[in-house]
Structure formats: structure tokens, C-alpha cells
Ligand binder design. Structure first.
Ligand SMILES: C[S@@+](CC[C@H](N)C(=O)[O-])C[C@H]1O[C@@H](n2cnc3c(N)ncnc32)[C@H](O)[C@@H]1O
Length: 364
């Protein structure tokens, strides 16, 4: 693993957050306010991480992400041409710009952060103000000048797919404005699970608390292990196969479908020790002429979503062909719907290791 591992509670300004729910323990990550308009205070920043260009820079430079959307739009103009498009959470307006170039009749770009003002400038600078209307406000609160749209496009995915909970905003927009027979881009999102060897990093991040300069701080270890870590997993750490936990159909699903329990069976591909399970997601645009999409898996080109690592309390000694069976329950946190509660049940009945456990995690 890389040395840049972050857990969900140590996010900086560059991290994707839904602005209104920003954690009060969050750092604003710096004091360079060169891009700030005079009427924006640090308090606004505190609750509005998407107002800063840094996070948009990170997303735009994620070539896997941005180029995938561009390819979907430019190589499948039939989906967009002469259509009314709604861009949910437009940010800099990049997806709206792609759609305008692909011949959309009109694009409504809705963005709730201060970035909406910048998106207006960008649209104007590119001579597309007659095709793209930027609306500043929350999807749940704005009024669209049209009753229905033909296409909803959005990049709503968070870490572990569901962190940030922007999916609900897309489903709200779909239910309210998408015309019968209209399309949602992307329309499929799938969550996968695999298992890794990660002795070195687990020691550094979790076991560290057992003996800190001779003192027992293992009460922090118990907490540390409940917080999934977001980082890049090296392909050669993977010990088992990968299993699909759930595919969500964004064009049909209900909001509650994002909370679920999924069983899994992971089969060891070699003799090794397992320290963590790892989750990652794919998205697909199945309405394209030929299916398109991208993966955030450890065997694919890295994205800013990396992977999500869930450390196990025990080290599992596993032999090739043995299986870890279990289930994962994923639910929105009741107090803060931006957070994700994860419950993991697993057991291994192997030659060297017999174990059955339940762990709870919280992405926050
Ligand atoms: C992941 S970013 C994607 C930005 C842009 N579409 C892109 O692909 O680069 C999501 C954007 O949605 C905005 N957003 C989140 N929730 C929203 C809501 N309820 N209404 C309007 N915009 C929202 C955020 O401020 C953020 O700029």
C-alpha cells in the first residue's frame, strides 16, 4: 500500500464532501484563498468544501473518471443530441460542457456550492451560455424552467461508492424531472469485495496503539479498527478472488435500496495471511452503443476514489482453495445520512484457522 493512507475522519479540503454535512472536526487544509470571491467567508468554506477549486482540480485530473464521461458523451452523441439534459451537481460544469458539445438542445447545470458562479463564468468563456443554464442551489430546492428532462447526468459517487450520499439527490432529480423513457448516466453501479495481506500497514496503523512508548493505548486501537481506510491497494496484496456484493440500477432503484445485506464467499488463490477486506466499485453506462464504464478496483488504473480497506481484528491464516464466507450489511447512518454504517460477518473454517466474527465499521 502507499504511504498516503487516509481514513474517513482525516479528510482535507481536497476530499469529496457534501457541503452542508461537513464534520466540524474537518480541517480546511490551508490558507491560500486566492480564488475566493470577497463575499465568501471561511465559515462558508467550512461547510462548503466544493467551493474550492482544489477538489475540482483533483476530480478533473482523475483521467479515468473524467475521460470516461467524455468518451460516453462524445462516442454516443445519439444519447444527448437535441435532448434536454440535467447535470446534477455540476461543479465546474465539465459534464454540461461535454453535453453541449455533443449537441444537447439545452443543459441545466445545477450546483449548490459557490462553484456555480465559476461554472457560469466558464460556460460564458466557452461561448455556450445559450445552451447551458447554470442554476445555483440545491437540487432539492431549486425550480427548473422545464417540467421534464430527457437525460440526467451526474458524477455522484463517493468513497466506498455510498459515502457522501449524493445518490439520494440523483434519485430525487430522477423522480421529479426525468421524462418517461428518459435515461440516467451512469445507470449502473456495483460494489465488490476482496481480501488482502497487509501486515505492514496494519501494524503501523492499528497495532501501533498497543504499545506507545511503553504505554497501553489499545482503547484507540479498538476505535481505529472501526474506521475504514481509503487508500490504494497493490494488486499483489490480493489473496482471494473478488465477489460482487450488489449492483444498483440508478434508473429504477429506490433510495432505500442503497441499504442492504449481501452474502459473499471469497476463495483464497494462494496460501497467505489475511489482514483486511477491501471494497471497491464499478460504474457502467449501459445505454451506450457498446457498454462503457470504469472500475475503481485494485487491478485497474488508480482513481481518486482509491479503495476502501476494512481491517479485521484477527489475522486469518488461509490455504489456497479455502473460503471466507459471510455477509456485509450497509446502511446510511441514522444520525448523519452522509455517514455509512457497515456490519461485517465472516467465518473461516480452514486447516490452520477456524474463526467466526462480526465487526462494525463506520465511514465518517
Ligand atoms: C463529485 S462533484 C462532481 C462535479 C462535476 N459534475 C464533475 O464531474 O467534475 C459533485 C458536485 O455536486 C454538488 N452537489 C452535491 N449535492 C448537491 C445538491 N443536493 N444539489 C446541487 N449540487 C450538489 C457538489 O457541490 C459538487 O460540486
Amino acid at each position: 500500500m502507499t504511504s498516503t493512507k487516509n481514513n474517513g475522519s482525516e479528510q482535507t479540503q481536497e476530499t469529496k464532501f457534501h457541503f452542508e454535512d461537513a464534520d466540524v472536526s474537518m480541517s480546511d487544509g490551508g490558507d491560500n484563498n486566492a480564488d475566493v470571491t470577497d463575499d465568501v467567508t471561511s465559515a462558508d468554506y467550512y461547510f462548503d468544501s466544493y467551493s474550492h477549486f482544489g477538489i475540482h482540480e483533483e476530480m478533473l485530473k482523475d483521467v479515468v473518471r473524467t475521460k470516461s464521461y467524455q468518451d460516453v458523451i462524445y462516442k454516443n452523441k445519439f444519447l444527448i443530441k437535441d435532448k434536454i439534459v440535467l447535470d446534477v451537481g455540476a461543479g465546474t460544469g465539465i459534464l454540461s460542457l461535454f453535453c453541449a458539445k455533443a449537441g444537447a438542445a439545452h443543459v441545466y447545470a445545477v450546483e449548490c456550492s459557490q462553484m456555480a458562479d465559476t461554472a457560469k463564468e466558464i460556460v460564458k468563456a466557452n461561448g455556450l451560455s445559450d445552451v447551458i443554464t447554470v442554476l445555483k442551489g440545491k437540487i432539492e430546492e431549486i425550480e427548473l424552467p422545464v417540467l421534464k428532462v430527457d437525460v440526467i447526468i451526474s458524477e455522484w459517487m463517493g468513497y466506498f461508492l455510498l459515502y457522501e450520499n449524493m445518490l439520494d439527490t440523483v434519485l430525487y432529480a430522477r423522480n421529479k424531472w426525468l421524462v418517461d423513457g428518459g435515461i440516467v448516466l451512469p445507470d449502473k453501479a456495483s460494489l465488490y469485495l476482496t481480501a488482502i495481506e497487509d501486515a505492514h500497514y496494519k501494524e503501523d496503523k492499528v497495532d501501533f496503539w498497543e504499545d506507545v512508548y511503553g504505554f497501553d493505548m489499545s482503547c484507540i486501537k479498538r476505535r481505529a479498527i472501526t474506521e475504514p481506510l481509503v487508500d490504494t491497494v497493490d494488486g499483489n496484496q490480493i489473496v482471494t478472488d473478488s465477489k460482487l456484493l450488489k449492483t444498483m440500477d440508478i434508473s429504477k432503484m429506490a433510495s432505500g435500496d442503497a441499504s442492504f445485506t449481501a452474502p459473499f464467499t471469497l476463495v483464497a488463490q494462494r496460501n497467505d495471511h489475511i489482514h483486511a477486506l477491501v471494497a471497491y466499485f464499478d460504474v457502467a453506462f449501459t445505454m451506450c452503443h457498446k457498454k462503457m464504464g470504469f472500475s475503481t478496483g485494485p487491478k485497474s488504473r488508480a482513481t481518486h476514489w482509491k479503495q476502501t480497506v476494512l481491517y479485521l481484528e484477527d489475522v486469518l491464516t488461509i490455504c489456497e482453495g479455502e473460503t471466507i464466507t459471510g455477509s456485509m450489511t450497509i446502511a446510511q447512518n441514522k444520525k448523519n445520512p452522509r455517514d455509512v454504517d457497515i456490519k461485517l460477518n465472516y467465518s473461516l473454517n480452514g486447516q490452520h484457522c477456524k474463526i467466526s466474527r462480526t465487526h462494525s465499521y463506520k465511514m465518517r
